[in-house]
Design a protein around this ligand. Structure first.
Ligand code: SAM
Length: 466
């Protein structure tokens, strides 16, 4: 496999390509590195860069310099897959790397979509005749970036290594080389050690320890040294699941987990509850009051709650006439007639518990779990309780507390300050790109439950093609 690098500073790579596993792969002739230094393709007295066109400061490398360098690279070392680096490119992730390795290095998958469950073992076991004659040409810009015409003309792939801006493409190239070469047979000794790392599955890696058994008063868990391989394997799987749920729940929900992965993750996701408040809500600006129960809210929130695994949905009203309406409603859907009419709706309504106030909701949850719930309120506007605000990536921080979670939804004009004051956290309001901000509570509940507990397989659908 050949890697050619076009750069202003080839000297950046000298230690990098001669050290550790990459150094060994070069020695073993698994990889060959070539360099084209941009200043070597200039005519005598010519600069590689010039000021950017139009107002503003900054320098940019001339398109003809890129052209000369790329054409020289092709002439000397043959054509190859041209990879540009830019903060505006496709963000590098393990699934994207695998997809690239499949497309660029392994012929087998040339025209196939990414097989998300493809393991390194599958890849490494392919016969050598299935390997492509692989040549990567990495183009590393500096200064203000790259003239977009050069990218448009030459780039097969444009890659970003993260949402921050570096001074040049050489560190991104090194990050890419190291992460890509890990997937190439013969570079990392044991395929197994690559396959078990974080981001190879819906779970991050489990914790690994080295001796001594006690260090600074901290112990290696007994189970790790028990010698019981089956128990150690089980413990590691659970630790990996717990790590992921607490540290990168976004990764878990984005990586198409299988049913067994979901069941394992659920061990570390506390019970969730929802309460819809018809008391302690604003009926006018600053005036607390009551609202009426509506069958749409009862039905639709029960169906959303069932979809996202909410344990119970408390419908809260202290008004007797409203309680009667609710009881008639639940009587119908809980009875034979309701079940026969529509068993899915009847099943959703099953998780509803009529309740008269927030204290009763908390009492119920505490009785069931022996611990008070964390109360997370929802609101359409940023209230005076700004210090309680959390976003939709805060699941790990909440789950780690190992307490049940209660979401509060308000009717009328929203939850009153008395209730917001009692909450531990308030979720950021949901906003579209308009000034209209009047979602129905059942729509808001569906959006919030999806953002908090929904599966969202986006990483694996990310498209690397230009
Ligand atoms: C200063 S940056 C140019 C940034 C560009 N003007 C922008 O804001 O999108 C110069 C070069 O560094 C490299 N670079 C910087 N940050 C990067 C990132 N996060 N991922 C990949 N390449 C990056 C690219 O090669 C880029 O052309």
């Amino acid at each position: 496999m050949k890697i050619s690098i076009i750069t202003v500073f080839p000297e950046f790579y000298q230690e990098f390509i001669n050290t550790s596993l990459i150094g060994r792969a070069v020695e073993n002739k698994i990889i060959e590195f070539n360099f084209i230094k941009l200043s070597d393709v200039t005519s005598p007295g010519q600069r590689i860069d010039e000021p950017v066109c139009g107002p503003g400061s900054g320098m940019i490398i001339k398109p003809e310099i890129w052209q000369k360098a790329i054409e020289l690279c092709i002439k000397n070392y043959g054509d190859g897959t041209k990879i540009f680096f830019s903060p505006q490119g496709v963000k590098l992730t393990q699934p994207i790397l695998k997809k690239l390795a499949n497309k660029i290095y392994f012929k087998k998958n040339n025209n196939k979509k990414l097989e998300q469950k493809e393991t390194f073992q599958n890849i490494a076991e392919q016969k050598s005749e299935e390997l492509c004659d692989c040549h990567l040409i990495l183009i590393c810009a500096r200064y203000e970036g790259i003239d977009p015409r050069v990218e448009q003309y030459y780039a097969d792939y444009v890659i970003s290594i993260g949402d921050y801006v570096l001074m040049g493409g050489d560190l991104p190239a090194q990050v890419f080389i190291e992460s890509f070469l890990r997937l190439i047979p013969g570079v990392v000794g044991r395929a197994e050690s690559v396959e078990k790392e974080s981001f190879e599955s819906p779970f991050l890696d489990y914790p690994e320890y080295g001796l001594p058994v006690e260090w600074n008063g901290l112990q290696i868990p007994d189970i790790v040294r028990s010698g019981n391989h089956a128990q150690i394997e089980k413990w590691r799987k659970e630790q990996a699941a717990q790590n992921t749920v607490y540290k990168r729940f976004d990764w878990f929900t984005a990586s198409n987990p299988e049913k067994s992965d979901i069941n394992l993750a659920k061990k570390f996701i506390p019970n969730h509850y929802v309460a819809l408040m018809h008391n302690n809500i604003l009926v006018e600006e600053d005036k607390e009051g009551h609202s009426s129960i509506t069958s749409l809210d009862i039905h639709d929130i029960a169906r959303s709650a069932s979809t996202y695994g909410i344990k119970n949905y408390f419908v809260v009203s202290e008004l007797e006439d409203q309680q009667k309406i609710l009881s008639t409603f639940l009587g119908f859907w809980g009875g034979q007639e309701g079940k026969e009419y529509n068993k899915n709706r009847s099943q959703a309504v099953d998780i509803i518990i009529p309740t008269i106030n927030l204290d009763q909701v908390i009492f119920h949850i505490e009785k069931e779990s022996n611990i008070k719930p964390i109360i997370i309120a929802t609101s359409a506007k940023i209230s005076k309780f700004e210090n309680k605000l959390i976003d939709y990536y805060s699941q790990g921080m909440i789950f780690e507390k190992k307490r049940p979670v209660l979401f509060l939804f308000g009717t009328g004009k929203g939850l009153s300050d008395n209730i917001l004051d009692r909450c531990d956290y308030i979720l950021l309001p949901i906003n579209g790109m308009t000034d209209y901000n009047h979602l129905s509570v059942r729509s808001a509940a569906a959006i919030i439950l999806d953002r908090w507990l929904g599966l969202n397989p986006n990483y694996l659908q990310s498209c690397i093609e230009k």
